[in-house]
Every structure is written in structure tokens, then in C-alpha cells.
Design a protein around this ligand. Structure first.
Ligand code: G3H
Ligand code: ZN
Length: 281
């Protein structure tokens, strides 16, 4: 059933667990995400970036998600991930998204505040909650120096002011997390996360969770992370499985045979993450 992310994340906050937010681009990934959630009877967010919408078409992919949600007993929210501008947010509201992220984190604080306030006003008018990001996720490249990385992290005092000024529902934090696979073991700044938690009472969101070791994920959840984003590990499972299948079956041309094992592999990834995120401390 299609639900608002607000109830999912407030329940998670009360229960001390996190809800997985999984990116999709196509039918196969969407099937894998829903099959995993159903197997574990767990709530999920299915999220689409503007790139995914461009690739699959806003007329198509949201329909697949809505159909899955309608036929399913698990609560699922349809979420815009890293919304790049106001127009995309408006289009997604029009297409029935039940959760929105507007990412204006690359802008200076005041511009980020002004833009999120504008989005919150519009989205809340139709009952849709808004995620915003404060601080920036810097790349995992070697040349990013420590001072640069720290300067980009979420400032706990600013976080309180940001929530107060924007009225956003969830806050994505930058605490040493990054998109894509990490080079070496990532080290999340838990003191910073604790300080943010002390200042802010909305559910917190962890982007860039692919490749973060399980014990760090558990600590992040204990410190108030309620939504955890996974994309890269799903893509990796897809690409690796298709590559292996084709190497072993070079004559096969049936897309169903080629993609079937990839759906299973992605489902296994999503199930493992859901089990990790939903284990209460
Ligand atoms: O918004 C999407 C997620 O933050 C993806 O993170 O690259 O670690 O899977 P990931
Ligand atoms: Zn992200």
C-alpha cells in the first residue's frame, strides 16, 4: 500500500530502527525491491532520482511502483531522491509521489533555507513530507583532504536553525558519508551525529550507505538515523550478475533469462539491508 514517508519514519524513530530507501531505474530493480520487502514484511521507500525519471519516463516508472504498492500489503512510500529543482518537485507531486527530497545543499545556507521553505510550503499543501540536506557529501576520491571533508560536514548548530527556518520533515546529514563505493573503510563522525541529534528532533537520513560496515550502520541507527539510502550495492549486484551470466551463457539472447538472476541477486542485497536496518538495538 502506498503511504506517506512521514508515518514510516516517525514509526522508525519511535521504534529505534531505520527504513531502507532503495533507488530504482527500471522494472527489474523495482521487482527486486518489492519482493525483498514482502519477503521480510517490512516497510520501504522506493526512490527515484531525476536521472531515473529521465531514463525511464515519469509516465512509466512511477506507475510500476504504484501498481506494486497497490497489490502489496507492505507500506511503501514513493520518494524523489536528490530533487534538483522546484519544477521537478512539482512534477513529482503531480505524479503522486508520497515523499520528496529537494537537495539544495550545494547552495549557501541562506539560499538552501529559502528554497527548502518554498518546497515545504508547496509539498505540505498537498500533504507530502520533505527531506532536505545540510552539509555536502564530498567524493570518495583520494585528493579530498581532511579539512575539506570536515568543512563540508553538517554543522549541528546550523542544523537546528535550518529545521526551525524551513519546517522540513527529515534531515539528511553529512558525517563522512559519500556516494558510491568507499576507498578503504569509511569512518562516520558519530560525535557529530550525536551533536546533531541533541539539537534536532526530526528523523535523520543517511545517504551513501553502500559499503558502510554493518557495525557503523547499527551505531548510526542508535544515534537517530531513521532512513538509509542504498543504490550502489544494488547496481553492483545487477552488473556483476549479468556479466557473470553472459560469460557463462554467451549464446543466450532471451532478456528474461539474462535478467532473471540479476533480479534475484538484487533482491538478496535488499533483503540483507532491510534485516540489518530493522534489527532493533
Ligand atoms: O541517494 C542515494 C544514496 O545516497 C545512494 O548511496 O551510492 O552509497 O548507494 P550509495
Ligand atoms: Zn544520496
Amino acid at each position: 500500500m502506498l503511504v506517506s514517508s512521514k508515518e514510516l519514519l516517525l514509526d522508525a524513530q519511535k521504534g529505534g530502527y531505520a527504513v531502507g530507501a532503495f533507488n530504482t531505474n527500471n522494472l527489474e530493480i523495482t521487482h527486486a525491491i518489492f519482493q525483498a520487502a514482502e519477503a521480510l514484511d517490512a516497510p520501504i521507500l522506493v526512490q527515484l532520482s531525476s536521472g531515473a525519471l529521465k531514463y525511464a519516463g515519469i509516465e512509466f516508472l512511477p506507475q510500476i511502483i504504484r501498481t506494486h504498492a497497490r497489490l502489496s500489503t507492505i507500506p511503501a512510500a514513493m520518494h524523489l531522491d536528490h530533487g534538483p529543482d522546484f519544477e521537478t518537485v512539482m512534477r513529482c507531486l503531480r505524479y503522486g509521489f508520497t515523499s520528496i527530497m529537494r537537495d539544495a545543499s550545494k547552495h549557501p545556507f541562506d539560499e538552501n533555507v529559502a528554497e527548502i521553505r518554498r518546497v515545504v510550503e508547496a509539498a505540505h499543501a498537498v500533504g507530502v513530507p520533505v527531506e532536505a540536506e545540510l552539509g555536502r557529501l564530498v567524493g570518495v576520491e583520494d585528493h579530498v583532504v581532511v579539512s575539506e571533508r570536515e568543512a563540508a560536514m553538517t554543522d549541528p548548530d546550523q542544523a537546528a536553525e535550518f529545521i526551525q527556518a524551513t519546517g522540513c520533515d527529515f534531515l539528511a546529514v553529512a558525517i563522512g558519508n559519500a556516494h558510491g563505493f568507499y576507498k578503504g573503510e569509511p569512518k562516520l563522525d558519530f560525535d557529530r551525529l550525536q551533536a546533531i541529534r541533541d539539537q534536532v528532533d526530526v528523523p535523520l537520513v543517511l545517504h551513501g550507505a553502500s559499503g558502510i560496515p554493518d557495525h557503523q550502520i547499527r551505531t548510526a541507527i542508535e544515534l537517530g538515523i531513521c532512513k538509509i539510502n542504498i543504490d550502489t550495492e544494488i547496481r553492483h549486484a545487477f552488473a556483476e550478475t549479468v556479466r557473470r551470466f553472459q560469460a557463462e551463457n554467451p549464446e543466450q539472447i532471451d532478456p528474461r533469462k539474462i535478467l532473471g538472476p540479476a533480479i534475484e541477486a538484487m533482491q538478496a542485497v535488499v533483503e540483507r539491508k532491510i534485516a540489518l536496518f530493522s534489527a532493533q538495538a
